[in-house]
Write a protein of this length. Structure first.
Lengths: 268, 265
């Protein structure tokens, strides 16, 4: 009898754990949704539209190819900009970490760039360049480049000197040194850099599209603002949020695999 | 206190190391000095280590042992003089020593992102062996050092002694003729340390390696070395002794005491 009870308890525990996890995952979003829905009962739709209207618009965007392409365009601009900034940042980061002259020249320059607001870069890009896509790519790269570069420099400089010596003692080729030592050592910080810059990039791309584009989520937001369509503005914003959450989730899954060797404290 | 009869004992001169007739020189320090700013770590050192020898370099912390070690391994160049290993400069001809020397460091220095077997395979990857051959050799050495069943564990899941066994396996797996060891067991407890160094000395002799073993422990030097070079700061040779089966317990005790006094002054 007691064995049966014990079995039931051992089966129930994981179910309760999952339920508890799901509850706390959903709780903040449910709270926001309830607050919004209550507000929609007391305010006109152009201020607080019903969530039913908002999700209907979300569904329309997702299922209408001509509208969904705007979401894809923005997503591609974010990823393209981040990839460009990452590649350029990796080159600059390696140069800064290895050459004193590069450090002296590039570090203050990138720090200076970091102080320039994203909106100023949008204005510069509109004045300097004609092509819409190139403007946006430039803005995305230039606004995320300093952070990527500094994070890569930090990761390279933070590599364990003892491990470097051990690896060098086996006289590896440059490629083997890179794949066996440098890449695994910097990978966790590179993933973190992508996560941080993804949030920044999603904010910057909207500003860039709002001012200098004829398509994408930013452009659609401008349309909704001119029509005073709050449900549409919210629906387009949610598209961007969904994309960021999806890509963050992909990065987290990749990170789980990349750092599976790390020990975990039972207490944590 | 032991009272020893004079006629039972070898003189210090009898125990002084003399190179075997016709022995090939594997490592040579010729008037080597090394400075770090104003600090003189090694001062005009000349020393030859012959092929097949198991030499313990014994000295107190900060006497320049690790500096010598880094110069032999090619990680550091001498300020003056020359260091030759197998007839070439390990610093200038760094890459030519691929597969010719292997190092066991003071800490295990395992790559945390690789399992035990993959850590052992690392040295073999630099030699261009096939994947199957690498795995076979890595598993052989892990088994030889008592790590069967832990091949796929990551370093964080292994104890200090087990991690150091993996690092010894990594060194032996490359089958390099020269082994360099920088106080590899100093961070372990006495029982584990003694067991590992006995195993280590046995493997070195069985596999006919030349080994340079740096230590600050007189006991460790006695357990391991066929030859004990006692260093005083800054890396100056104070004693150079042979250790062999014909040296009895009384003589060993006297040598221990002499080394102790030498290091203490």
């Amino acid at each position: 009898m007691s064995d049966v009870a014990s079995d039931r308890q051992s089966l129930a525990e994981p179910v309760f754990d999952i339920a508890r996890w799901a509850f706390w995952l959903a709780a903040p979003f449910v709270l926001i949704a309830v607050a919004w829905q209550v507000a929609s009962l007391f305010f006109p739709p152009f201020l607080f539209p019903s969530l039913i209207d908002v999700f209907a618009r979300v569904w329309t965007i997702l299922t209408t190819w001509s509208q969904f392409t705007s979401v894809l365009a923005t997503a591609m601009r974010i990823l393209g900009g981040l990839a460009g900034a990452f590649l350029l940042g990796a080159v600059l980061g390696v140069a800064i970490a290895n050459f004193r002259a590069a450090d002296r020249l590039l570090t203050p320059t990138l720090t200076f760039f970091q102080g320039i607001p994203a909106l100023s870069w949008v204005v510069f890009a509109i004045i300097w360049f004609h092509g819409v896509e190139f403007r946006i790519l430039f803005i995305m790269v230039i606004t995320t480049l300093p952070a990527f570069t500094f994070q890569i420099v930090g990761a390279l400089r933070g590599m364990d000197k003892d491990l470097l010596e051990m690896v060098m003692s086996f006289r590896p080729t440059r490629w083997k040194f890179f794949t066996a030592m440098v890449l695994p050592a910097v990978l966790p910080e590179v993933i973190t850099a992508w996560k941080v810059n993804l949030g920044n990039a999603s904010r910057v791309v909207v500003v860039a599209e709002l001012v200098g584009s004829s398509g994408g989520v930013g452009y659609q937001l401008l349309q909704q603002q001119q029509l005073f369509d709050m449900a549409g503005a919210l629906a387009w914003t949610l598209q961007l949020v969904f994309f960021v959450l999806l890509f963050q989730w992909i990065l987290s899954k990749f990170e789980q695999v990349a750092v599976r060797h790390r020990s975990k404290s039972e207490r944590s | 206190m032991n009272v020893l009869k004079a006629d039972q004992m070898l003189s210090l001169e009898d125990m002084r190391y003399a190179a075997p007739e016709g022995a090939e020189v594997e490592i040579a320090f010729r008037n080597v000095s090394k400075r770090f700013g104003s600090l003189l770590a090694v001062d005009d050192l000349s020393l030859e280590i012959h092929k097949g020898a198991l030499v313990a370099l014994l000295g107190k912390t900060g006497c320049g042992k690790s500096t010598m070690f880094n110069m032999i391994s090619g990680l550091m160049s001498p300020t003056e003089g020359t260091v030759e290993v197998m007839g070439n400069s390990p610093f200038s001809d760094f890459n030519s020593y691929r597969g010719k020397m292997a190092i066991v460091f003071q800490s295990d220095r395992l790559l945390p992102w690789r399992s035990a077997v993959k850590n052992v395979e690392f040295g073999l990857e630099t030699l261009g062996l096939s994947a199957a051959e690498r795995t076979e050799r890595a598993l052989y050495w892990l088994n030889a050092l008592g790590l069967r069943g832990h091949e796929n564990d990551y370093p964080h899941a292994l104890s200090g002694g087990m991690r150091q066994r993996v690092s010894i396996s990594r060194a032996f797996a490359t089958d390099a003729p020269l082994l360099l060891c920088d106080e590899p067991f100093s961070a372990l407890d006495e029982i584990t340390s003694r067991r590992l160094r006995t195993e280590f000395a046995r493997l070195v002799r069985e596999n006919k390696k030349t080994a340079v073993f740096i230590t600050h422990s007189i006991d460790e030097a006695f357990d391991i070395g066929d030859r004990i070079v006692v260093l005083k700061r800054p890396a100056e040779i104070a004693l150079d002794l042979r250790m062999s089966a014909d040296i009895g317990d009384a003589d060993r005790e006297r040598i221990r005491s002499t080394i102790h006094d030498t290091l203490d002054t």
